[in-house]
Design a binder for this molecule. Structure first.
Ligand code: NPG
Length: 371
């Protein structure tokens, strides 16, 4: 397969509601899509990050530069290539996993479309639908939170994740547990907002039977997580700390986590995400698929990954209407709490031209073949 053109499409979509986490508040999705045209087919992918480096060090403008000046020149210099050759070609470039992921995914989509295989099949999916969870942001008041959770449960979501931070942790968990009962699959996500000195406070969560507490400590604090794990009954799940299959193996060996949130973008793409799945499965560690407020383009690929056998917990793979009034693809809809795994070639969905037109802010060619 030979790359003929790579186009960046800057898009902006309003979220249906503000989404507050311990690291900031999102009111819109402001990101870019990559469209890769090859001699076999064209492929699409979505940059998972934000305009600001709040969740992780990368951000949209840094990714565009990295792609244009460092990643794309190395990949297009290969001439004939496949998606599997992307990671080795860019291995010299340190970090920038979100940027690497969007490039590899668009190329993988083109390659799979070229021979008519779905991403789900390519990755080793064993399900045609996956259970859906939903991530509920930090709110101004407990009554507002309870209304929001009640609405999501009425829609059919099978597990609830509450965003927490110091000052918004025990009370919301207690209130949700009391209102919706012990049968509710409930978990929390701190996005690195605590330190080890909060261990006794976090121990108060143990009495609420949570599925997990996600990333309580800093992303570089594997040792702190291992120490915290000895103090809590609630299983620790890592998100921000996990950037590769190797550090997944390290985190598991150190006892830093009992569960892993796999975000393909954070680990450099779907091929590395599958290796993380394999490492976790070999250690008996359950994984689930995280989300970064992706449009249908990013979500479709995440659903393919979430259909692998080791993804035994519901992910942050929610329906389109949890995020957008108008998604960029045909909307993903909940059916009895499940979302369908796309089965068409590649990521299995296409952008809707009209929706893309509404969302597009700018276009830039990052590469045009001269041959
Ligand atoms: O449903 O896509 C979703 C959002 C799930 O909570 C969610 N994502 O920390 O995991 C996270 C958080 C996030 C959102 C991370 C935006 C980065 C950007």
């Amino acid at each position: 397969m030979k790359i003929e053109r790579i186009e960046l499409i800057h898009v902006r979509l309003p979220l249906v509601g503000a989404f507050r986490t311990s690291f900031g508040t999102d009111v819109e999705r402001d990101t870019f899509l990559l469209r890769v045209v090859t001699d076999a087919a064209e492929g699409w992918a979505e940059f998972a990050g934000d305009p600001q480096p709040l969740y992780c060090a990368e951000f949209a403008a840094s990714a565009e530069l990295t792609l244009r000046d460092h990643l794309i020149p190395r990949v297009t210099a290969l001439g004939q290539m496949t998606a599997a050759s992307v990671a080795p070609a860019v291995a010299q470039i340190k970090g920038h996993r979100l940027a690497k992921a969007v490039l590899e995914t668009a190329i993988l989509d083109a390659e799979l479309r070229g021979y008519g295989m779905s991403l789900a099949t390519c990755l080793g999916a064993v399900r045609d639908r996956v259970p859906a969870g939903v991530s509920v942001g930090i709110m101004d008041s407990i009554p507002k939170l309870l209304r929001s959770v009640a609405d999501y449960l009425a829609e059919g979501y099978l597990r609830i994740k509450l965003k927490i931070e110091p000052g918004w942790d025990i009370a919301p968990v207690r209130a949700v547990r009391k209102e919706f009962g012990d049968g509710l699959m409930l978990q929390v996500d701190a996005n690195t907002a605590y330190s080890l000195t909060d261990a006794e406070h976090l121990r108060c969560l143990d009495e609420y039977g949570l599925v997990l507490i996600e990333q309580p400590l800093g992303e570089d604090d594997l040792r702190g997580h291992a120490m915290l794990a000895t103090r809590l009954q609630t299983p620790i799940c890592l998100d921000e700390s996990i950037t590769s299959a190797r550090d997944t193996a390290t985190a598991i060996a150190l006892g830093s986590c009992q569960i892993v949130n796999v975000k393909p973008a954070r680990v450099g793409g779907y091929l590395e995400a599958r290796r993380i799945h394999d490492v976790a499965a070999a250690n008996g560690v359950p994984v689930w698929c995280g989300g970064m407020l992706e449009t249908g383009i990013g979500r479709a690929a995440n659903l393919a990954l979430a259909a692998l056998p080791g993804f035994t917990l519901p992910g942050d793979t929610s329906a389109s209407d949890r995020y957008y009034a108008e998604d960029l693809t045909a909307p993903f809809e909940l059916e009895d709490g499940y979302l369908p795994v796309p089965s068409g070639p590649g990521i299995g969905v296409s952008v809707l031209p009209e929706a893309l037109r509404h969302a597009t802010v700018a276009h830039r060619d990052l590469f045009v073949s001269r041959t």
